[in-house]
Design a binder for this molecule. Structure first.
Ligand code: BDR
Ligand code: CA
Length: 326
């Protein structure tokens, strides 16, 4: 089987952790390396959490690199109230056996894509600072990557970090503009699909019935997350932001409806961090415009087209997520 080679960039909080468990449990992906980034928690703690997750999954040899400790153009802001002081729902996990590597996350992205040009899929489930910095250091990076899947943004859905902005984009809008403006195939998995793809009572019971080390860990860290979302939804359920993006990088057929559009991130005023696309029907590019552009090497004068899923096969994904915890 052609396993996707995934380079993960994450601010390892609770849903990032579930995404890592999912990747580790899929036979169609190979996790090459992880880079940490600020966001849910400070970047250095995210790196420790990534190491812990890898060791839990028996992936001790997958390297973790420290990444950007602050955004490009705004102060650091973290979200311990959502993810816990430790980023893993205040579950007091033991310290990992190994520490992160000496190489930083940006250098790791540049080196691995030089060693394996055209083979790597980048999965970014935190703020896009590392990817933006990597593009600044080496604009040719875009041509060496097979695809980029970003968890972030919101088109028709309201924001979660502000009225209009999704958290990962809100944490570093300048970096997001660099990523959406580069000539590489980006899929932006936003709140339109992640907020409605949820674990509910039935699925939580299915996870409990598994009884594996990974399923028990998942339930433990999810407890805090479910408490937070219960206050929003009124019921004990939670969205699957990062896990869905992880699923889509492994199997893009979870996406059932999408738009291919230029994405611009607003960087000023109260809507800073909002992801804007032109949804007017008469402005829509041809259905195959993104693929044509990829074939032509993106020499157009127009901005790149980002794939934005608007509907996914949620039940199939959730079933696969549960199976991956066995
Ligand atoms: C995103 O923000 C973070 O809180 C989550 O880990 C996810 O990546 C959801 O908006
Ligand atoms: Ca995240």
């Amino acid at each position: 089987m052609d396993r996707r080679k995934i380079l993960l960039d994450a601010d390892v909080g609770i849903d990032d952790a579930i995404a890592m468990l999912h990747l580790a449990g899929r036979s169609d992906v190979e996790l090459l390396a992880v880079g940490s980034v600020h966001g849910n928690i400070p970047a250095d703690l995210a790196a420790v959490n990534a190491r812990h997750l890898l060791e839990l999954c028996g992936l001790d040899d997958v390297p973790v690199a420290y990444g950007a400790r602050q955004p490009m153009a705004q102060p650091l802001a973290t979200a311990e109230w959502v993810h816990g002081e430790d980023g893993l729902g205040n579950t007091n996990q033991p310290a990992p056996k190994r520490g992160p590597v000496a190489e930083d996350a940006v250098s790791q992205i540049l080196r691995l894509t030089r060693e394996m040009p055209g083979e790597i899929d980048l999965l970014a489930v935190g703020p896009l600072t590392n990817l933006g910095l990597a593009l600044c250091l080496d604009p040719e990076l875009a041509g060496r990557v097979r695809s980029v899947v970003v968890m972030g943004g919101a088109i028709a859905h309201e924001g979660n970090a502000s009225a209009t902005a999704e958290a990962n984009i809100w944490h570093d809008p300048e970096a997001a503009n660099l990523v959406f403006g580069a000539e590489w195939p980006v899929t932006m998995v936003g709140l339109d699909v992640t907020q409605v793809t949820r674990l509910r009572t039935k699925e939580l019971a299915e996870i409990e019935a598994i009884g594996s080390v990974r399923s028990k860990f998942a339930l433990k860290v999810l407890s805090h997350y479910l408490d937070v979302y219960q206050r929003t939804f009124g019921t004990r359920e939670c969205p699957l932001h990062d896990p869905l993006a992880a699923g889509i990088v492994a199997d893009p057929t979870y996406m059932t409806e999408w738009l291919d559009r230029a994405v611009e991130v607003n960087t000023t005023g109260p809507t800073r961090g909002a992801t804007i696309i032109d949804r007017r029907a008469w402005m829509a590019p041809a259905a195959d415009a993104r693929e044509t552009r990829e074939r032509n090497g993106g020499k157009d004068a127009t901005p790149p087209l980002v794939r934005v899923p608007m509907k996914v096969d949620g039940p199939r994904f959730v079933a696969d997520l549960i199976a991956s915890l066995k």
